[in-house]
Design a protein around this ligand. Structure first.
Ligand SMILES: [Zn+2]
Length: 94
C-alpha cells in the first residue's frame, strides 16, 4: 500500500475528477455514474513535504494505510529544498 491521488475523466460526459486512495483503483463517474474508469494519471503521495511553522516535515504513508494516508513524520528540514533533496536521495536508495 501507499497513497495516491488518482485522476479520471469520464468518456460519456467528459467530467474530470480526482480521488485519493491507497491504490490506483478504478472509480465511477460522480456525475453520470458511468462505471469502471481507470485513472489516466496518478500522483504518488506516499511521501509528501508539508510546511509546519518554520520547518518542512517529510511525511510518509505507511504500508498499513488503507482508507486514510495515516502520515508519519520521518524528518524535518529548514527548507523545502532540503526536504525534497533528502526525499530524492531516499528514493534512489530504496
Ligand atoms: Zn460521466
Amino acid at each position: 500500500m501507499a497513497w495516491f491521488c488518482n485522476y479520471y475523466i469520464c468518456e460519456r460526459c467528459d467530467t474530470p475528477w480526482t480521488d485519493e486512495w491507497s491504490c490506483t483503483c478504478d472509480d465511477d463517474c460522480p456525475r453520470c455514474g458511468s462505471r469502471h474508469y481507470s485513472p489516466f494519471k496518478s500522483d504518488d503521495l506516499t511521501h509528501v513535504v508539508e510546511q509546519d511553522g518554520e520547518r518542512f516535515i517529510v511525511l510518509w504513508s505507511p504500508e498499513t494505510a488503507e482508507d486514510s494516508p495515516e502520515y508519519c513524520e520521518l524528518e524535518s528540514f529548514p527548507t523545502r529544498e532540503a526536504a525534497e533533496a533528502w526525499l530524492a536521495h531516499d528514493k534512489i536508495l530504496s
